[in-house]
Design a protein around this ligand. Structure first.
Ligand SMILES: [Zn+2]
Ligand SMILES: [Zn+2]
Length: 650
């Protein structure tokens, strides 16, 4: 008998040789029908692998990441078989599961695969899937594996196998198809009910541009047709929400080839929006005891040699700028931290004066290859909502909680309600990889964990993911389409205080090293606005909207009344504009809808006579005829729903 431990902690006894699927059936037949893959003692196994020893077993369904991975990995096998049948003589290379679906890289030889072939490939895959072929793993000796692929003339698989150790090589068979594979499959092909070939692209063998170019076929598959349809709708919606498209339509930002790639230009509406975001954070930071500082965009190369950033960004980034006469070398600022360390060094501090919290909307520059640039999310110059906190090790716990409060306030005010956090700790097996004393690390790590516990955050711990200079907490938000984005980071740092020899005088009158916290709730203004655009589809929270209302006159006759209304709204600090063009009201409404303006105020004869306004909400809801004062009140109360006052505990 062997003991199998299940994730809920329960232990069941089985005869040795029991399979994960047997265990699933023992739990319940209904559950077993949904089980598609398994892990035994942290190793991926097949659902038919005989279990021969005690251990813990996790059974996965489509609803688990691991289940999806097995599903898509198995689908890649089906894709490979379909391609081989449709294009005889092609050479298979590798085909992994990816975040959304899978791909297979093939050397197509004389064939070309284009969009016109997608339907044919999908049909072939579904035909294979319907055959209900079991995935069967079996070991192969290195010499047999090599012989098989040499006979096929597939130099790619030969190269892969040559790098494997004899005795570790396995193949996976289904139907009359076989492929080199480490395992992790769904029970049989028929679970795959819907497939879509998404795209083809060129890809170099092993990602090396000196090696042959292959064709990468991307696909995705689902256990139900309905799920594929939903996924495709989501992609459509994501396209509509692409921040590059919306940024252009809403006139927020642009790029100019003359100015340079990856260097965003903020248009008036975008600049105003960005300023509102900055003021919002500045206000909250002021309440939380931050002080604003300003530092230049360049600094002597030496500064970054001291900080270690030259080693990190120097070689692969913008080159130093040399002065014409003195032979000095300056660099574009890749990080604000070194500057803030020098600000801290301006004068000595006693422990009673700490923490010092220096904040700056600091613009930094990092070289990115032109192919890597993407809208506002990958740029060469961006502004961080940066701050550095210098505190004593004893204060770290409380400071960390304060920073979390600020981050949560920012997310709440901007409608990011769905987020998770990741605590990155050091790898205790390799203490030599990290700087700083053990006890200091232990303190900081337990400070972070107690802070996230205390704040009731949903978190995962990643051991070994800490930077060499300190542990950190990352916030990952889920947007309206369920996509995950990494936003704010809070990072503890023992390294820079060491490198810059920062000190404070303790109550023992001795000099000690402060701890530094880096934090940026938005991350960068550019990336944040991009994510906010995709999350809200341009329907920003009302307090942030470029234009909160537009006054549409029914005809030119009511121009003066429209202007009066505008003045009244401006007195109430409502951002509004007037559309007095000689256009039909229908056209004016349509354009205001396109521009996502939250409220449309329609003025004509009735309104002028009664001194009222007719209000229509973005999306069509009619609020009828109301007074300007009531409208102002309505806007204020809508704003107060998302934008609450920030009251940090002092
Ligand atoms: Zn496989
Ligand atoms: Zn920093």
């Amino acid at each position: 008998m062997i003991h199998i431990t299940l994730p809920d902690g329960s232990v069941k006894n089985f005869e040795a040789g029991v399979t994960p699927m047997d265990v699933a059936k023992d739990i319940s037949e209904g559950f077993a029908r949904n089980v598609i893959s398994a892990k035994f003692n942290d190793t991926v196994v097949e659902t038919v692998t005989p279990l021969m020893e005690d251990g813990s077993l996790i059974l996965f369904t489509w609803n688990n990441e691991e289940g999806k991975k097995a599903f898509w990995h198995s689908s890649a096998h089906i894709l490979a078989q379909a391609l081989e049948e449709l294009y005889p003589g092609i050479k298979l290379t590798i085909g992994p599961a990816i975040e959304n679906g899978f791909y297979y890289d093939v050397d197509t030889g004389d064939h070309t695969i284009s969009e016109n072939d997608f339907k044919k490939i999908e049909d072939k895959m579904l035909e294979i899937a319907r055959g209900k072929h079991d995935f069967k793993m079996h070991p192969v000796t290195k010499s047999n594996a090599l012989a098989l692929y040499k006979e096929q003339g597939n130099e790619y698989k030969v190269e892969l196998i040559e790098n494997l150790e004899d005795g570790t090589i396995t193949f996976c068979d289904h139907s009359n198809f076989t492929d080199l594979c480490r395992g992790g499959h769904i029970p049989n092909t028929s679970i795959v009910k819907a497939v879509k070939i998404m795209s083809v692209a060129g890809a170099y063998w092993r990602g090396d541009e000196n090696k042959p170019q292959l064709t990468r076929v991307y696909g995705i598959s689902f256990p139900k047709q309905k799920e594929l349809t939903e996924y495709l709708n989501l992609l459509e919606e994501a396209k509509k929400r692409d921040h590059r498209k919306l940024g252009k339509e809403l006139e927020l930002f642009t790029f100019s080839q003359k100015v340079g790639q990856g260097l965003p230009l903020w248009l008036p509406k975008g600049a105003a929006l960005r300023e509102r975001l900055e003021n919002f954070l500045k206000q909250a930071q002021k309440k939380a005891g931050y002080e604003m500082v300003v530092t230049p965009h360049i600094a002597q190369k030496e500064l970054y040699v001291t900080s270690g950033h030259f080693a990190k960004y120097g070689e692969d980034s913008f080159k130093p700028i040399k002065t014409p006469a003195e032979g000095e070398e300056f660099m574009l600022k890749p990080m604000n931290c070194p500057h803030h360390c020098e600000i801290y060094k301006n004068r000595p501090f006693s422990y009673r004066e700490l923490p010092k919290r220096y904040a700056e909307f600091g613009t930094v520059y990092r070289y990115e290859q032109s192919g890597e640039l993407h809208g506002l999310t990958r740029v060469r110059g961006f502004t961080q909502d940066d701050a550095h906190i210098f505190c004593t090790p004893e204060q770290l716990d409380e400071e960390f909680k304060n920073v979390i409060d600020l981050v949560l306030y920012v997310f709440g005010s901007l409608g990011f309600d769905n987020f998770t956090t990741q605590v990155s700790l050091r790898d205790p097996e390799n203490p030599e990889k990290y700087i700083g004393k053990d006890e200091v690390w232990e303190k900081a790590e337990s400070a972070i964990i107690s802070a996230v516990e205390d704040k009731g955050l949903n978190y995962v711990i990643e051991t070994g993911e800490a930077a060499f200079y300190g542990p950190k907490l990352d916030f990952m938000v889920k947007d309206a389409l369920g996509r995950k984005w990494q936003l704010g980071t809070i990072q503890v740092d023992y390294n820079l205080p060491e490198r810059f020899e920062l000190t404070y005088k303790g109550n023992d009158n001795e000099l000690h090293r402060p701890v530094m916290i880096h934090r940026a709730p938005f991350g960068s203004m550019e990336r944040f606005v991009a994510i906010l655009l995709e999350h809200t589809a341009g329907n920003f929270p009302l307090w942030l909207m470029p234009d909160q209302a537009i006054i549409l006159s029914l005809s030119e006759k009511y121009e003066n009344y429209a202007k009066n209304v505008l003045n009244l709204l401006e007195n109430h600090e409502i951002r509004a504009l007037v559309d007095n063009r000689n256009e039909t009201i229908g056209k004016k409404i349509r354009e205001a809808e396109m521009n996502k303006i939250p409220f449309m105020i329609i003025v004509g004869e009735n309104e002028e006579k009664s001194g009222m306004i007719s209000v229509r909400k973005h999306g069509g809801e009619d609020l009828g005829s109301i007074s300007v004062a009531d409208f102002a009140h309505l806007i204020k109360s809508e704003i107060n729903k998302t934008l609450k006052p920030f009251n940090p505990i002092k």
